[in-house]
Design a protein around this ligand. Sequence first.
Ligand SMILES: [Zn+2]
Ligand SMILES: [Zn+2]
Length: 735
Amino acid sequence: MEIIVNGAPKAVIVLPAEAAPDEQLAARELNAHLKLMSGAELPVASVRPAAGGVVLLGAAGGGGLAARVRARSDDPAAFAIEVAGDTAAVAGVSPEGVLFGVYELLEQLGCRWYMPGDFGRVVPQSATVALRAQATVQAPAFRGRWFTVAGARDEAGSAWQRRVRMGGPFFPPAHGIAPFKATAGDRLFEEHPEYFSEVRGKRLKRQVCLSNPEVLQLAVAQTKAWFRANPGQPWMGMGPNDGGGFCECAACRALDGDDFDPFSNERSVTDRYVWFFNQVLKGIEDEFPDRKLCFYIYHSYMRPPVRYKPDPRICGAFAPISLCRVHGMSNPVCPNRSYYARLMEAWGKILPELYERGYCFNLACPGFPFSRVHVLRDEIPKALAFGIKGWRVESVPHWGSLSPTFYVAAKLMWDPAADPDALVRDFAERFFGPAGAPMHSYLARMDAALRDADHHTGSSFNMPDFYPPALRAAARRELEAAARLAPDAPFAARVAAFRLTFDALEAFIAMLDARNAQDWAGAKAAHDRVMALGAEAYRHDPPLMSERAFTSYMRRFWSQATLDGFARVSGENRFVAGLPDAWDFLLDPQGLGEELGFFRADLTGGNWRPLRTSSASWGDQGLYDYRGVAWYRARVAVPAEFAGRPLRLWFGGVDEEARVWVNGALPKLLTAIANREVVPGDSPGRAFVPFEYDVTDLMKAGQENTIAVKITNKQVNEMGTGGITAPVMIYSPGR
Ligand SMILES: [Zn+2]
Ligand SMILES: [Zn+2]
């Protein structure tokens, strides 16, 4: 059915007389894209003309088509399209369905929205536009389909979400229990500390003392008040505040099921919360018998309850932060992630309504290339089989590398049977035009690299392992070929956008290589290049790397050690010696090391084994989940020329606390640490922050010196890091 011929409209859009906002938006979106495509728009009328082509939206097409949709699904996003003769009709279960039906028509015409705004929009050029004859009915497989991409809630971001058919139930935020939330003031805590968690004998505002009957009464009253104030809401979020600090009082502990969560290294508190939610639901039942409570399956309440049966009005959303984010649940390379399938299966047996609110990005990474297509193709169909009702996926706007992932995710949330390979090819061919072939092989290569890598550390620690030199060389050749094949707008800028994040990756790896070689000038130069490329990426519209993620994670994990290390060997200061990457290493789970003198200069024996430090994480070396004490020892020669000169022992960072001995003695810590008493020999106790000691009197120039480091790694660490995480060196300060 030709609706535009040689730039002239040949049909009329007919809207119902009292069209809903989404139906009006559907007409505007159809015309806006037809205009970009052909230069022409269709006239819009509220009454069907006596003759000629028509595109009937919503009720303008009569009730028959809408009834056909309803026979298939009651999902508000469902729609039907019928094109026959000179009549096209789009109907939905709701006005949203009409809008999504129009997006389906535009996609059939070749339109795509790979990123927010004009940059990510693909509209083919054609003076003649024809709809194909069809009788299409579509309904989404998952009722809830949402990306919470930080920064994508502006106008362009919201428009993008709708164009990729995000919608449905939005799982509510579920941290905290009113009126005890972490975000509430301190007044209630000051008046009633007994309402809050007892931790090591002290009441803290961290969590709530769930077993206190007054706490339950207040929570019931607040929940009722909230539902009265929000009459349209079917559910409300409730749960622990983010972080730990659960009540240790005898009555709260008596509510637990004596289950331990090895991933968070804490007792599982699922049972006490299930008990509490059950009581709250009972408490509001007289007034709100059908409202639901939503909580996150997360942290030390990730494992299913072992003691209490949850009320079916409890809804859960999986937020498996302590499981690997690189791999999918059936990827044989990742035993850790396979636990996710067991969790989904177990919770699916006890709760009727479950959602997924996982992490669709490389957690704590500044935004280097990362693809999760291989995860989505594995986990989205499995989630449907496990009974998951919807998605509210957390991500960050790293559009320069994650946009194919977002595109595939949106499509699979709608239809898990869609072919991910075809979708990535579609992305490459339409978005990069003449550069489609090399860009497709680049995207597929980078995705497969992550899928197949036996590396699971968070942040950017594994970038050199995911993308080794030969792979990067091949990827670089593909990007260069793409740039040659697409010299013109808009394709050149699109290739350049993806190349920018790859350039940032290469500069980042160059920085790590230089640091590992104790080449601090080289590391500083590469660091500055990463920062410049990052700034170019996050100033792009849409951002190719998220400004917030890039700046905060570069600072937290990488910049401090690189810039501080460079400063230590610049100006009047002199580099003396670098400690090796591999140290002798020993686990000390019982904490016996100090008694046994593991710090002694003359220690021999004891089955120490080599472990890499700045070039490989604990996770890379079989210690992903180790929490406890461990020891490192190394020997370092100080050249004779430094006799009589001041000497400093500098650490680029440890995870978490370190105690350091030099030739068997504790050196003086020089780093000033705010708000913490500095004990000689102790480190800051803050991961990834450089610190240093005065070792002038303890180190001997002209001979080998022994350095011993006791690491205490206690906290939950969803990253898989631990111990010495950055280079260690000795320098001599100038004046
Ligand atoms: Zn308690
Ligand atoms: Zn993994």
